[in-house]
Design a protein around this ligand. Structure first.
Ligand SMILES: *Cc1c(COP(=O)(O)O)cnc(C)c1O
Length: 384
């Protein structure tokens, strides 16, 4: 069974689409380099496979949120630069150094712990100093940044490769958002101007910054969501919209019908008996549920799924492991038929962004929510 060991539900990852998106983003950001952000298991797509494909398609390095994610890449033989986007706790510094991960440093204490770990291991640790220009999540304050960079540069056990920051509203379209991004860039430039020496790399932009803010590209951009074929937000401005339009969705969410039954009008499938069948018809059971990342609330949003190339409504509340679909009167659907929850079937397509809009969230959360219980099935032209 191609879909996994025994499971008739899976996430399909189109590695050709991923390679295409990496090439599009790399091209649009050039001459800046592209760092492929593969945190959170590559937004649910599978970090190791995504990392390999991204590196083969134009990415110069990788970024993860936490050191454990970097260790996973190293354990799978990936030797490219891996930037950990948060400062590790002092007790984790040695693990990071031994795995040759690139550290983010945002505090004097973190810098000293890293230097001590590097001395202990007998190596030089690579450092990217993070500046807080307005996101207020992580980073050294701009006024303290030059001194921290200087102190790190003076440590023989450290090699300061980069200074970086992160944008809070690069995907925003209001005048306020635009002004705030411009302010963050100005603060960053002021920090850089105050450094005794310009580091090899300056990097600022996420996907939205990379495609909507040419001035934010510097030497490297850090792209996540665009690689996965989703817009950072609906309604990106100008040139950014053209880039977004050329991206291809990478992940599809699919399952095979496990059971069908014909029910009378008025029957109310699933927990809570929330919806009455409008007419006598076929209801299909599909073995995927909220434990796999299909939000229970999807039923309330009225979001359809694709069966037999048509959009069909859920017949009731999503359960933990299964959901039911109202396939309508006389539907010829049977066990084993493919159901597409996210992706394309025939002429119809449902995107992670469509779920996000209906659920009042962002595509990032939809993708990251696709659970580890679902097998990932990787496809590329070579195996078609
Ligand atoms: C997640 C993340 C990114 C990638 O953001 P996208 O919007 O997915 O491109 C870049 N930089 C940092 C610091 C991040 O945390």
């Amino acid at each position: 069974m191609a879909e996994g060991r025994t499971r008739a539900a899976w996430a399909e990852i189109d590695l050709d689409a991923l390679a295409h998106n990496v090439a599009v983003l790399a091209h649009s950001a050039a001459p800046a380099a592209l760092c492929a952000v593969v945190k959170a298991d590559a937004y649910g797509h599978g970090a190791v496979q995504v990392a390999r494909t991204a590196l083969a398609s134009g990415a110069s390095g990788l970024a993860v949120a936490i050191a454990d994610e970097g260790l996973e890449l190293r354990e799978h033989g990936i030797e490219a630069p891996v930037l950990v986007l948060s400062e590790v706790t002092p007790d984790a510094a040695e693990v990071l150094v031994r795995a040759r991960l690139t550290a983010t440093v945002a505090t004097q204490r973190g810098m000293e712990a890293l230097a001590a770990a590097a001395r202990h291991v007998g190596t030089r640790a690579r450092v990217h100093v993070k500046v807080d220009t307005g996101m207020h999540r992580l980073g050294v304050a701009p006024v303290e940044a030059p001194a921290l960079v200087q102190a790190a540069a003076a440590e023989p056990a450290l090699r300061v490769e980069a200074v970086w920051t992160h944008l809070a509203v690069a995907d925003g379209t209001t005048a306020d958002d635009q002004a705030f991004t411009a302010l963050q860039l100005r603060r960053f430039d002021e920090v850089v101007a105050a450094l005794a020496e310009r580091p090899r790399l300056l990097h600022v932009a996420n996907t939205a910054g990379a495609i909507a803010w040419p001035a934010a590209r510097y030497d490297m951009v850090r792209c996540g969501i665009g690689m996965y074929g989703c817009a950072p937000a609906p309604g990106m401005p100008g040139d950014a919209a053209a880039v977004v339009a050329s991206l291809r969705p990478v992940l599809s969410l699919k399952a095979r019908v496990s059971a069908v039954r014909e029910l009378d009008a008025g029957e109310r499938p699933s927990y809570g008996r929330r919806r009455a069948l409008p007419e006598r018809g076929v209801v299909a059971t599909v073995p995927i549920g909220y434990a796999d990342g299909v939000p229970r609330r999807l039923f309330d949003t009225g979001s359809p799924v694709l069966v037999g190339g048509r959009r069909r409504p859920l017949a009731g509340t999503v359960t933990m492991d299964q959901l039911m679909v109202d396939c309508g009167p006389g539907a010829t659907v049977g066990p084993g038929d493919e159901v597409v929850l996210i992706g394309r079937q025939g002429e119809e397509e449902i995107g992670a962004g469509d779920w996000a809009r209906l659920l009042g969230t962002i595509s990032y959360e939809v993708l990251c929510g696709i659970g580890p219980r679902l097998p990932r099935v990787y496809r590329s032209a070579g195996d078609r």
